[in-house]
Structure formats: C-alpha cells, structure tokens
Design a protein around this ligand. Sequence first.
Ligand SMILES: Nc1nc2c(c(=O)[nH]1)N[C@H]1C(S)=C(S)[C@@H](COP(=O)(O)O)O[C@H]1N2
Ligand SMILES: [Mo]
Length: 369
Amino acid sequence: MDRSVETVFPGTTASDQISREELQLAARNHGMPLEALRYAVTPLGLHYLLIHYDVPAVDPAAWRLVVDGRVERGLVLSLDELRERPSVTHRVTMECAGNGRARQTPRALSQPWLLEAVGTAEWTGTPLRPLLEEAGLEESAVELVFSGLDRGIEGGVEQRYQRSLPVGEAFGDHVLLAWEVNGQPLPPQHGFPLRLVVAGWYGMASVKWLARITAVEAGFRGYQQVQAYRYRQHPDEAGVPVSRIAPRSLMVPPGIPEFISRRRFVPLGPCRLEGRAWSGWGTIVEVQVSADGGGEWTPAELDPPSGPHAWRRWSLTWEPEAPGDYQLCCRATDETGRSQPLEPRWNLGGYAGTEVQRVEVTVARGMQA
Ligand SMILES: Nc1nc2c(c(=O)[nH]1)N[C@H]1C(S)=C(S)[C@@H](COP(=O)(O)O)O[C@H]1N2
Ligand SMILES: [Mo]
C-alpha cells in the first residue's frame, strides 16, 4: 500500500527524526529504563507513564465515584466507602499500545515510544463485578463507559479521557478499581485517587482519575474508542479495536552502554542474558534468543510464571566465540501460539509494534569483566 505521508493523517511524520512535538510528549511521559526488567515488580518511579492531557488536581474529600446509566440503583461512593469494600492485590504487567511506535516510518504523531512503555505493578483495590452487581445492570446495558477527570483536546475533539468495556469483559476477575500501587496510595500521575486496572489489556483501557462508570445501551462512540486505538491501514476504515496485549519479550541490555549511541559493550567470555516476556492472551511458553539478528535461535530458560497477569522471567548464557559485533534478539510465544513477528507490521496508529527487539552489542577483549 501507499504509505506516503499524504495518504495518512496530517499528524503523521515520514521522518526518522523526532519532532519537537514528539519530544514534548516524550519529556512528559517517561518509559521504564530496560535495565529495570531485572525487577519482578517495577519500582514505582521506574514504571512507565502515559498521560494524554494534564494530571488533574483532585480533592479526595470531595471526590466521588458515580455509577449510573442503565442501572437499577445508581451508586455514589466516597473513597472511604470504596476502601471499606473487600480488597485484592493483582500483579499486572501494563504496556502502552503505542510501545514500539517510534520504530515505524511513517508513524503517527504521538508519544514516540521505542520499547520502554511497560512496567509491572501490584495494584490493590476492589473487584469491579460486585459493585456492578450491587448497582444491577439493566437488560439493555451492553457496555460500561469509564470516565476520567482529565480533559483535553485531541484530534480536534474536546473531551474527557473515556473508554468503554463490553459488559462481559467488565465482569471478569481481571478488572479492578485500584486505590493503591506497590503498597502505597496512587500517586497523582498514576490516577489518584482511583483508577481502573484491566489486566491483560493494553494500558489505554485502564482509565485513571476515574470518576464515573456509566452503563450504556449502545456501543460507546467516544474518541478514544472509535478514532484512537484501532488497528487500521487507512484513516477511512473503521478498523479493529485494540484490546489485549500481544506477546513481547525484552532483554536487560547486557554489559555497559556507550552514552550517546546506547550500543552495548561486553567483555569476551560467557555472558548471562536475561529479560521478561508477557502476553495478554495467555501464559508465555517459549522465549528464543538469537545472537546473529534472527538467523539461529536458542530457547531460553523460563522461570515459573509470576502470576496470571504478570510477565515471566527468562535467561540464557550466551558464549560469543570471538570479539566483534553481534545483534541480539529475543522472541516470545504464548500458549495460544501467538508470537512476535521478525519484521514490523505497520498500522496507522503505530499500535502493538511487537516485532522482535534488536540489541547491537560489541564483544571486546581487554574490558573490565
Ligand atoms: N484518565 C486517563 N486514563 C488513562 C490515560 C489518560 O491519559 N487519562 N492514559 C492511558 C494510557 S494510553 C496508558 S498506556 C495507561 C498508562 O498508565 P500509567 O501512566 O499508570 O502507566 O493509562 C491509561 N489511562
Ligand atoms: Mo497507552
């Protein structure tokens, strides 16, 4: 297909250069440095962050969660009332649907993630289902719309950040209203005082600064539902909605980096490689590693899964035979047989760019081991 810049959004860049707008977004929304793949649970300050508009100022005493729309009994709950409900903690690997976008050309003018828009946190809160059962959904309810308190303009449309879930999905055990992360109250940037956490789905579903849950009788047509977060080749198609996280594996960059290029340097000798792999579709069952850019693959060792919704650690000892340049790759497969492509698969929004990670490494003699 024709991928010239004229055929896609005006907000699309055909360049490999990062624009000022992209820099502006990248400086607000940080990623997880990949060496933090060493932690099973990402220390909070290292978890990635994505905020479309501004962090809203919320007064927790005045804040309420409203449940309304096609329900038999509307609910209005304070933070204290929510905290009195039964609580659970879920370890969840969250990833932004745009992770990998900056590796595409042309690409949507948006947050230019390379590979770092991921993190795993322990979210504490109350399961959504009992709350919905209390409100009593009417027969006509097909979706639940989750509204955040943050407002902005996107694609020319003034809006609150809103996303919906089909009723069946919202009733799943993987859906949580969370007020704590890694054992502390949600910080402002992660959605204080309350956020939705939809485990296994790309991050856009997990609405932060949650204030309202509305049961609706027709599919939600909001911007983040029908304009953004669709797999499309062309702006005129309706496309397929982005939902669950496609499998991906990443490695802790081995050795030491060169400051500017980030090329890795490792001493000659056995080198332990490690990383994490995840999928929103099922358990990771295989991670393969290549040292020659995807020519030959060797299976890595997998640690036991660290929960139904969290990434799985892998490791492997690599023994480069000689000094020189190598390209390390890793590739995950989940229990449904879904795997990572070797080459990019382009779409308009730059979503789910899960082609394998490629890490340029120089093996050198005489380095400090
Ligand atoms: N209200 C609101 N919720 C939101 C967003 C937002 O901009 N506003 N960003 C979404 C996106 S695109 C992602 S990837 C995740 C990021 O969550 P985190 O910043 O806690 O990592 O939050 C989601 N929830
Ligand atoms: Mo995202």
